[in-house]
Design a protein around this ligand. Sequence first.
Ligand SMILES: Nc1ncnc2c1ncn2[C@@H]1O[C@H](COP(=O)(O)OP(=O)(O)OP(=O)(O)O)[C@@H](O)[C@H]1O
Ligand SMILES: O=C(O)c1ccc[n+]([C@@H]2O[C@H](COP(=O)([O-])O)[C@@H](O)[C@H]2O)c1
Length: 213
Amino acid sequence: MITTGLLGGSFNPAHGAHRSVSLFAIDALALDEFWWLVSPGNPLKAGAKDMAPLHARLASARKMARRSTIRPTAIERQLGTRYTYDTLLKLVRRYPKRQFVWIMGADNLAQFHRWKDWRKIARLLPIAVISRPGYDDDAFAAPAMAWLRRFVHPASQRGNWTNWSTPALTFLRYRPDPRSATAIRMARPHWHQQYDDRRVRDAVTHRLIGPED
Ligand SMILES: Nc1ncnc2c1ncn2[C@@H]1O[C@H](COP(=O)(O)OP(=O)(O)OP(=O)(O)O)[C@@H](O)[C@H]1O
Ligand SMILES: O=C(O)c1ccc[n+]([C@@H]2O[C@H](COP(=O)([O-])O)[C@@H](O)[C@H]2O)c1
């Protein structure tokens, strides 16, 4: 089995914390691969005016992942999915030789109960939640935790995650990293203009290909 971490996100734009939490998760869970799923559109952010086009967000992810083993993808565009459960179901079926783990920051756990089929997501694959400054208390008290709490594995057992039966959830403590895409957009609202060149757009669009086995 190829152990593969999945980090879904808007990446609007990708930033250093995406990279550092990913490298941390690769190490903490001894992952063979790590894919970023750059979302065509987070269902809970539909209509967000400051959402840059997918090609710009994917280009920023490629830049941020340079010289690392992280593989930025627009696999949801390929699969025609938008909801995470639909994506994960297709990935699990399409890649039977892979063992996936869903990675998310504590802010996502706080909202997890609003995701479509979130219990089914937890039944499909293990979940690792990475601490994020300002969100850890909310995550522990998250509505979804009322159900997920009984499936929590202590971080000390994380080396054994491939043997966990699902649902399974673990918390990965990480040095607080305050970086966020919101802060970047506030400082540089036009960050995506650097990717507006037609050649860049076409190059990225033509490479909207997910990892292949
Ligand atoms: N500083 C961070 N610490 C821990 N996890 C993070 C951090 N930044 C992003 N993540 C996680 O990375 C994934 C993708 O995040 P996303 O693309 O939404 O970035 P963001 O900085 O949270 O964006 P925004 O500020 O626009 O909400 C999510 O699971 C998120 O929790
Ligand atoms: O499936 C859902 O209902 C759902 C609702 C909200 C967010 N998500 C996913 O959560 C991931 C993080 O999104 P974001 O915008 O916070 O970076 C990304 O992969 C989204 O597609 C998924």
